[in-house]
Design a binder for this molecule. Structure first.
Ligand SMILES: *Cc1c(COP(=O)(O)O)cnc(C)c1O
Length: 350
């Protein structure tokens, strides 16, 4: 820390991304990346832009927003494209929270919500999950402020139903509800089609997981035209060129290749269910995940020990140290071969 950092930032605890080790080759099941490459159409569309990199990208992302609007059955003015969905989430914290409108989120959820709230020095209302890691809906219903809900939740993978989210929206129409659907394509119900009915709803999605484009940094928000205008006000005050032209074109290519996307999601879901069965047979308890990861705790062996011994054997999973979840590990669903290697290593440990 230099002596110039302002005191307001001294205690900021940044988000800690999953390890990306370079010293050896791991079976990498720790950052919820896709085991599949991007769609060939996405690669081809992206490549065409490389020779145009002397030019700024389209700040409106017109072609991409048109493709998104067609794919998701919404209007272009109901879509914003961002540098990963972390960016649209950041814009939402800037736009919809202040000293009298706290950020409301569960105690166990995506770590970035707390970081964004702290970055903007916002008050936080943290609602503990119930004992079984499901959402405390009555408490969330009552809470005042802007709600941030990951659906399915991370790192538990447990989804809310569309009805339950609609309940949260209806309960208080003057409260913003942000639904982070980073993992929705792996089996949960999306609420994108509720944006016409509820003007207090913002839905965020990402190309990082189900569309195999984590390295491209592409996310999106769906909401009423008014909310999208608010978010663009923030975006244009920070970085109007937030999505680069290679990424934007690759995004269009990905949306054109619906079959590839559907097939990959189907494969991840099938491998997730097989892996979950195998883990149960090895003595693990799992949350009912509808994401591209599993969240598992062993009946005898501790969470940290499993994480450490898997790493020694060349398999990386994500371990969190939070009091309520320290006996668990989050395991990304990789290819069938990755999961075989993982289960083989795990059998030797437990
Ligand atoms: C991965 C993830 C995101 C966003 O990731 P980006 O790569 O920035 O799109 C958002 N929310 C949750 C819960 C995630 O796991």
């Amino acid at each position: 820390m230099s002596r110039f950092l302002v005191p307001e930032r001294e205690n900021l605890v940044p988000y800690v991304p999953g390890e990306q080790p370079k010293e050896r080759k791991y079976v990498k099941l720790n950052t919820n990346e896709s085991p599949f490459p991007p769609s060939p159409t996405a690669i081809a569309e992206g490549e065409k832009e490389l020779s145009l990199l002397q030019l700024y990208p389209d700040p409106e992302c017109s072609r991409l927003r048109e493709a998104v609007a067609n794919r998701y059955g919404v209007r272009e003015e109901q879509v914003i494209m961002t540098n990963g969905s972390d960016e649209v989430l950041q814009f939402a914290f800037a736009a919809y929270c202040n000293q009298s409108t706290p950020a409301v989120f569960p105690d166990i959820t995506y770590g970035f919500y707390k970081v964004f709230a702290d970055l903007y020095s916002l008050p936080k209302t943290v609602i503990p999950l119930k004992e079984d890691f499901t959402m405390d809906l009555p408490a969330l219903t009552k809470a005042k402020g802007t709600l941030f809900i990951a659906n399915p939740n991370a790192p538990t993978g447990i989804p809310l139903t569309k009805k339950e989210i609609e309940g949260l929206l209806k309960a208080n129409l003057s409260r913003m509800v942000v639904v982070d659907e980073a993992y929705v394509d792996f089996g949960a119900e999306s609420v994108v089609d509720l944006i016409d009915t509820y003007d207090n709803l913002l839905v965020t999605q990402t190309f990082s997981k189900s569309r195999s484009m984590a390295g491209a940094r592409l996310g999106m928000g769906f909401a009423s035209a008014g909310i999208i205008a608010d978010l663009n006000r923030i975006r244009n005050s920070v970085n109007p060129y937030n999505v680069n032209r290679v990424t934007a074109a690759a995004g269009v290519g990905s949306l054109f290749d619906e079959g590839y996307f559907q097939n990959n999601c189907k494969q991840i879901i099938a491998v997730r269910e097989q892996t979950a069965q195998a883990l149960k047979q090895l003595g693990f308890t799992l949350t009912p995940s509808t994401a591209n990861f599993l969240f598992a705790k062993h009946e005898r062996v501790g969470g940290e020990e499993i994480y450490r011994k898997l790493k020694e054997k060349g398999v990386l999973v994500r371990h969190f140290t939070g009091e309520r979840i320290k006996e668990y590990n989050r395991i990304t669903v990789g290819s069938a071969e990755d999961m075989q290697a993982f289960l083989t290593a795990l059998k030797e440990i437990v």
